[in-house]
Write a protein that binds this ligand. Structure first.
Ligand code: ADE
Ligand code: ZN
Length: 347
């Protein structure tokens, strides 16, 4: 096979860093606004799409939260989740651990039960409909208080929804992980897995805090770890996964250009890096688009793309049986690459 024929969509992969609310496409925002009779401050879909230019994380978050006003009913949350799963299956996603921001909805008067019923109804049908196993991670808005976070966690635990983990997101700088030690301790005591956004815009010290104080098992983004050698050694030694989102990093001006992205440097330091889409409707692409973009801009080989896919499976919260099955599928693809190269050389 020619390298150019290698299809990233055919590669089985897990998506581990995906905000469901970040999958709301401009057309969907207009559709939900119309059916819920919510006036929008945009002339039309093109006007809205034209606003998807961001200076930094906060400028994105302002639009991201504003557009959530169109999500009102169980059906809205179910349709948003189902639309993501349909698109993810085209991307070759076989397992998805997705983020949901409950406080962004309860804070504007939508009952938690409405939000969770809609999202979990689509997620629970995903394996049957799309062959994608799923896990739901509720993310705490770090720019709100720790009291609000605790109230949210308590409500999530009380309603008995099928939730695999707790995460930490929203405006990073000025809101260190240390603010949420008790919340994460309670979540872990109740069997939730812990992940946290850290080192996207915030300093490496936030990654240390996420590991040591929140006991995060994965770091979301984490690209700024490269500024701290001791931290890189720790992350590599413990094989703590980093869920990197290349197109997001460019759109939010965390990196200047995709060709300057630290992904190759991270791989060369033996970090367990995965590639994900973050908020695909806002940042120019789903997970397959992210794989294709880093492949083109950073000249990644098919073998490296296979490595990123197998990292995503290893980094997931899947059980060992399903992990092994998916890793075997990827290993078969990887082996076919080397066979073809050898065959070519021999011939
Ligand atoms: N919420 C949605 N996308 C986010 C990101 N990239 N960083 C922090 N919070 C977010
Ligand atoms: Zn994110």
């Amino acid at each position: 096979m020619n390298d150019a024929d290698f299809d990233v969509k055919a590669l089985p992969k897990a998506e581990l860093h995906l905000h469901l609310e970040g999958t709301l496409e401009p057309e969907t925002i207009f559709q939900f606004a119309e059916r819920n009779r919510i006036p929008l401050p945009y002339a039309d879909v093109d006007d809205l799409a034209g606003r998807y230019r961001f200076d930094d994380l906060q400028s994105f978050l302002d639009l991201y939260y504003a557009n959530m006003a169109t999500l009102r009913t169980v059906e809205d949350f179910a349709d948003m989740t189902e639309a993501y799963l349909v698109r993810a299956s085209v991307a070759g996603v076989r397992h998805a651990e997705v983020f949901l921001d409950p406080q962004a909805h309860t804070g504007r008067g939508i009952p938690l039960e409405t939000v969770l019923e809609g999202v979990t109804s689509a997620l629970s049908a995903s394996e049957r409909r799309h062959g994608i196993s799923t896990g739901l991670i509720v993310t705490i808005l770090r720019d709100l208080s720790s009291e609000s976070a605790m109230t949210t966690l308590d409500a999530v635990l009380a309603c008995g929804a099928d939730v695999v983990g707790i995460g930490l997101d929203s405006a990073e700088v000025g809101h260190p992980p240390s603010k949420f030690v008790e919340v994460f301790a309670k979540a872990r005591a109740n069997g939730l897995r812990a992940v946290a956004h850290a080192g996207e815009e915030g300093p490496p010290s936030y990654i240390w805090e996420a590991l040591d104080l929140l006991r995060a098992e994965r770091i979301d983004h984490g690209v700024r770890c490269l500024e701290d050698d001791a931290l890189v050694h720790r992350l590599a030694a413990e094989q703590i996964p980093l869920t990197v989102c290349p197109l997001s990093n460019v759109r939010l001006q965390v990196v200047r250009d995709l060709s300057q992205h630290p992904l190759p440097a991270m791989l060369s330091r033996d970090l367990l890096v995965t590639v994900n889409s973050d908020d695909p409707a806002y940042f120019g692409g789903y997970v397959d688009d992210n794989y294709a973009a880093v492949r083109a801009s950073l000249s990644l080989s098919p073998e490296t793309l296979c490595k990123l896919a197998s990292n995503s499976i290893r980094a997931s919260f899947l059980d060992n049986t399903r992990k092994s099955a998916l890793l075997t599928e990827i290993a078969t693809i990887t082996a076919s690459l080397s066979t073809k190269v050898e065959g070519f050389r021999a011939g």
